[in-house]
Design a protein around this ligand. Structure first.
Ligand SMILES: *[C@@H]1O[C@H](CO)[C@@H](O)[C@H](O)[C@H]1NC(C)=O
Ligand SMILES: *[C@@H]1O[C@H](CO)[C@@H](O)[C@H](O)[C@H]1NC(C)=O
Ligand SMILES: *[C@@H]1O[C@H](CO)[C@@H](O)[C@H](O)[C@H]1NC(C)=O
Length: 400
């Protein structure tokens, strides 16, 4: 009984929807276009290329970038763009006079032969461009144009030496997807891509573009993008602290070793180094062979600060020595303090201090420690200057 009801239901549906239209409201032009599409599809084989293996055939290609992203952890550059493709298909020509003057129509890419492209350095295991369903415009001259929206993902290796002010170059290598039966070459202008403001991404921006064409190789179009990291935020977290810690460590050099404030500041600087090294590790995109120079700067600065701490202990101990210094030391003291050399003793620690009078520190030993400290300061500051020049990352100058 249930089956019978279903049959009745289906029959009633059939009679409702499958009735021939009595009133035909389709405009005449549309009817002609419908007929045109039918005629174009007649005898058309989607898999037959329009130009056989004639390599002189050209497919016009142009890109309009919508957005891009660059994942420097995974080294993947991805670009989303409208790809404007057009070519001549002789089989799709018609006489407009026979079709109410219709000069263009639209067909889906499913019912047409469409050219395929390859992205040679694709991050995907499949390097074939896939666009299954787009509407393509067909003109009576046989010109077919399609605009698929495609995301291309390419591998792009990252060099972090100058991180966070690093600059990377990523490329997209395109070529035709040719087979034995269809060979063609790509036709593009000297700048195949338009960016229209899409060059400002989330973390990166495209600062330069160039392209190479080589029609004797498979990779006919290579597009090179120069990317720069938006480093302002990162610099505030990892670069400026390095400069401040350097200033702190150098300031310590000018403090009196006999006072605890020098030791306290050195400890604070050491802690700061440890803290910001942790911060740097958290922000570093990846651990690779080419570690950022900034990391080596921190390392160098940390070692120098530890030296300053050790020297502070040593000099403090020298100042506290109770035995009378040997003549040897006194000669050094005299030759420095009673000559032009005394101007080079910076800083000169207070000698008529209570502590000297209370015999807690010896005057001669303090003078001697002062000389050593000055020499040591020069070495440390020079090392810092070299470290800064060689290892501190500098922002990339802006070229207009
Ligand atoms: C091109 O196609 C023709 C037949 O259409 C064939 O004879 C010829 O060998 C082909 N050439 C190449 C390079 O495949
Ligand atoms: C190649 O592209 C240029 C610029 O888009 C165009 O002027 C030229 O006609 C194209 N060549 C062919 C054979 O389509
Ligand atoms: C073009 O590609 C061919 C084949 O890969 C190569 O031998 C040639 O050097 C390339 N030409 C240029 C200008 O890069």
């Amino acid at each position: 009984m249930a089956g019978f009801t279903y049959i009745i239901l289906l029959l009633s549906l059939y009679t409702t929807f499958a009735k021939d239209c009595i009133i035909n409201r389709v405009p005449e032009q549309m009817a002609f276009e419908k007929q045109l599409r039918k005629d174009l599809k007649c005898g058309y084989h989607v898999f037959d290329p329009p130009f056989g293996n004639n390599t002189t055939s050209e497919i016009n290609v142009r890109f309009v970038m919508k957005r891009f992203s660059f994942n420097s952890d995974e080294e993947i550059f991805s670009m989303q763009s409208w790809m404007f493709i057009s070519w001549i298909d002789e089989r799709l020509k018609w006489d407009p006079d026979k079709y109410y003057g219709t000069t263009e129509t639209e067909l889906t890419s499913m019912s047409l032969w469409t050219p395929g492209f390859r992205l040679f350095n694709s991050a995907d295991s499949n390097d074939f461009d896939r666009y299954y369903y787009v509407w393509c415009r067909v003109r009576n001259t046989g010109l077919v144009s399609c605009v698929p929206k495609i995301t291309h993902e390419a591998l792009c290796s990252v060099k972090l030496t100058n991180w966070p002010y690093d600059q990377q170059e990523c490329k997209l290598e395109f070529g035709p997807w040719s087979s034995k039966w269809s060979k063609f070459s790509m036709n593009f202008t000297s700048r195949a891509i338009t960016m229209l403001g899409a060059e400002y991404g989330a973390e990166w921006f495209i600062s330069d573009y160039r392209q190479e064409a080589n029609f004797s190789s498979e990779k006919q179009l290579t597009m090179y993008f120069t990317l720069e990291r938006e480093a302002t935020g990162l610099a505030a977290i990892v670069v400026y602290p390095a400069i401040i810690l350097t200033a702190l460590s150098i300031t310590c050099l000018f403090l009196d070793v006999r006072q605890n404030v020098r030791l306290a500041m050195i400890s604070f600087s050491l802690f700061g180094h440890y803290y910001f090294l942790r911060e740097l590790m958290d922000n570093l995109p990846k651990h690779s062979l080419d570690s950022p120079n900034l990391l080596f700067y921190y390392r160098g600065s940390l070692i120098l600060t530890m030296f300053i701490a050790l020297f502070t202990f040593l000099l403090d101990a020298i100042c506290k020595v109770k035995v009378t210094p040997q003549n040897y030391f006194l000669t050094i003291n005299d030759s420095v303090y009673e000559s032009f050399g005394k101007y080079f003793i910076v800083p000169q620690w207070n000698l008529d201090d209570d502590t000297i009078k209370n015999k807690q520190f010896s005057e001669d030993w303090t003078k001697f420690a002062n000389i050593i400290n000055s020499a040591f300061n020069v070495i440390i500051i020079l090392t810092y200057v070299i470290l800064y020049c060689v290892l501190m990352p500098k922002p990339i100058p802006i070229n207009y």
